[in-house]
Design a protein around this ligand. Structure first.
Ligand code: 5GP
Ligand code: ZN
Length: 121
């Protein structure tokens, strides 16, 4: 595995974050600025800058990552939920370590609209 960029926030949280779920090289944490009643982030241990580079995951690990996203939602008691990945600053990505947003329950419409229209570019 290539070494991650120095000071990557999510590499750090993979190690010492407050994990609500963890297994097989993946962790889930609560988003610090929730856009919905439940807003979790799934982080792979493997550092990959964006979803654009998802091919860096061996196929079995990529499949496991998707299963882990579904398990995280289930473990949080969510039946219906949204899964979102912002890819690149023009699409609102602000942390450059691939992560999956899992959003369940009531959405904060104003904050969510802001997050979808804001870009970091
Ligand atoms: P992005 O905008 O890159 O798709 O998502 C990054 C997410 O990380 C944002 O929703 C933001 O609220 C969340 N975030 C940023 N810093 C921290 C932090 O230190 N801890 C946690 N738990 N979430 C963070
Ligand atoms: Zn990282």
């Amino acid at each position: 595995m290539p070494s991650p960029p120095e000071g990557c926030l999510f590499c750090k949280l993979v190690v010492d974050g407050d994990h609500v779920h963890a297994a097989d090289g993946f962790v889930a944490i609560r988003d610090i600025n929730p856009l919905a009643e439940t807003h979790l982030l799934v982080l792979p241990e493997r550092h990959v800058d964006t979803f654009r580079d998802v091919a860096a995951f061996p196929p079995d690990e990529a499949a496991r990552m998707l299963q882990f996203v579904a398990e995280t939602a289930q473990a949080a008691g969510l039946d219906d939920y949204r899964v979102l990945v912002n890819v690149g600053p023009g699409a609102g990505q602000t942390v450059f370590h691939l992560h999956w947003h899992v959003l369940g329950g009531r959405v904060d419409a104003e904050k969510a609209a802001g997050a979808l229209t804001e870009t970091a570019a």
